[in-house]
Each structure stands twice: as structure tokens, then as C-alpha cells.
Ligand binder design. Sequence first.
Ligand SMILES: Cc1ncc(COP(=O)(O)O)c(C=O)c1O
Length: 369
Amino acid sequence: MASDTFNLRTPGPTPLPDPVLEALTSPMINHRGPEFKTLLDDTTAKMKQVFMTQQDVFILTASGTGALESSIVNTLSPGDKVIACSAGSFGDRYVEIAKTYGAEVIEIRCEWGDPISPSLIEQSIKDNPDVKAVIITHNETSTGVTHDLEGICKAVKSNSDALILVDAVSSLGSIPLPVDGWGCDVVSTGSQKSFMIPPGLAFISFSERAWAAYEKAQMPKSYFDLGAAKKSLEQGQTPWTPNISLFYALDVALDMMLEEGMENVFIRQSSVAEYTRKSMKELGFKLLATDENRASDTVTAVHIPEELDSSRFMREMKDTEKIVLAGGQGKLSGKIFRVGHLGSVVQEDIEEVVDAMKRVLPELGYSNA
Ligand SMILES: Cc1ncc(COP(=O)(O)O)c(C=O)c1O
């Protein structure tokens, strides 16, 4: 079903703008020929602008998790000590990837909905001076909280040489993340979030310090070996067959983002997010984010009160109002709903959600609307 049949308010995939849809139907080309070289060189150069980095950036044919896995296997060896702070299901996932490949993970677990305090990480680094890397989720999509990555980077840098590996899957391109400015070593994101294109591409930046770690990293890798990606990129190619259609779409989407200007994108995102939070509170709901100053500009997570049947609410919103909201993940299943507002979103998209809720909620006996 076409995405514009519904007002798709999941925090990725997002609705696709018309120029992106058009680009997706472009004819196939030889991925070992000059046309693809131009496409790869252009998209990589534009992606560096969005990442705000002079370091290497690679476009992988994978979902965001592929970039996260790359960040681990290309910088670490089994037994390496890693500090990981998690306050949600995506933080937990990053921990699992590191553990799967044999890292010794020192876990700091925070309440879901709370922001992660840089001082927690600072203390853990002081307790573990031999730590090789700190892994952190910038924007926890499962709770709608943006952690203080700038503060965390400062805390890491002033106390150690540890690499900073960042899951920015639902932040980069929507929420400011100056990769070089904050000194992040490896930053991962995915195509179906801020980039307004379908799932299937992952983007990853890799600093010089990360390359130094790569030389020593012993974790097994093959498809996600960034050394192979670097060698191929120098020839204008990818090591494996790329998703060419998504590259076409990405080229157009990056032009749209850069033409709007990243500062303007951030302002639009932030204002739509603020409108979403204000509207949800006016409808009588409580946000999951315990500190509203750290509530996410890409996804709003909202408590479902006991008197509201969450599955009926979500079903009515979809079937009657054609609005697709996201539910809670893991232990938040049935306890929250989430409104995604990233990509090409404008305030009218959220006004539609609010108007629909005003019709649906009284029918379900929820009286605050
Ligand atoms: C913060 C975060 N990390 C990781 C992922 C996983 O990305 P993917 O599903 O593209 O592999 C997501 C997806 O929603 C996410 O929001």
C-alpha cells in the first residue's frame, strides 16, 4: 500500500516525498560503471555535509543495525572493555551486538524515559581506565529521549582516549550532531529515518582514531569490513552489489535536505516536536520523557492511561482515521504509544493526528480529550 494512503507516524519508515518516489523508478545501471561512480561520489560528499564531518563516510546496503555492527567489529577485539549506557530497547540492542562479538561490556542501565547523565559515564571511565570504547544511543527511539551526547563526549574526552561510538539512527539529519565538532569517532544511522527514503541503506562515519583502532581490531568481519568499503570507494564502487534504487532516492533526498539547509531542518523538526508535545499534554496525556528538556525532536512517546484500551485506540486510529502510530517496545508494550515526526514532516501532519484523536478518544470513553 502506498505510504501516502496513510499518515504514517511511525518513527521510521517515514512517508516518501514525491521526488523520492520518482527517483526510485529510475532505470538500473551497472554498479561497476562510471554512472554509479558519479552517484556514489556525489551522495558520499553530500552525506559528509549532513554528518558535519571531514572524516570518512560510507554508505552500506543494510539497515541501521548493519552500521551499528560495523562500528563494533571494525574497532574492537574480543575481550576489549567497553562502557555502554542504555535507557531503552535500542541502547540494549547496541549492548547485545558488542557482547555477541565478545566485548567485555560494562553496562550502565538507566530508567526508560530518563536521560543519561554524562556524570554516570564519567564515573565509569574513572573506574575503568583501560576502557577501549564508549557506546551510546544519541536518540532513544523507544522512549523519545535525546541524550546529552555533547556532554557525554566531553566527559569521555577529558578522562580517557576511549573511542566514542554513536547510534544516531533516529537523530542524525534531524537533530544537531556535529560529528567532528563533538569528536565522535564512529556514528551510525539509517535511510528510513531523517533521510525520507525507504529502509535499506545505512550510513557510517569513521574517524582517523577509528582507523587506528581498525588496524588492531580482531573481531571477525566480512560483509561489514570497512577496510573493503574504503578500498572500493577509492575506485568509485562498493565492495558488494549496492541497492542502486535507494542511491537514486538518496541523491534526491540529500539535495532536498541541503537545499532547505540543515539549520532550517533542525528548526522545523524542533518546532513540530514542540507542537506534538504541547498537543499531547493538552489532550490530557503524560509524556514518557521525564525531563522535557531532553524530549526527542524526532519521536514523542506518550503514556497510555489505564482507562484507555491501547490496542483499540491504535486500531481505530489506523482503520478509521488512516493514521499509523507506533506502539511501545519491549517492556513498554501496551503502556505507551509513539508519534513519529521526522523526515519531511510539517505541523499539519501532526494537526491531523490531534484532530483524529479528538474524534476517536471520546468514542473509547476517554474523557480528557
Ligand atoms: C535508535 C535506533 N537504533 C537502531 C535502530 C535499528 O535500525 P534498523 O531497524 O534500521 O536496523 C533503530 C530503528 O528504529 C533506532 O531507532
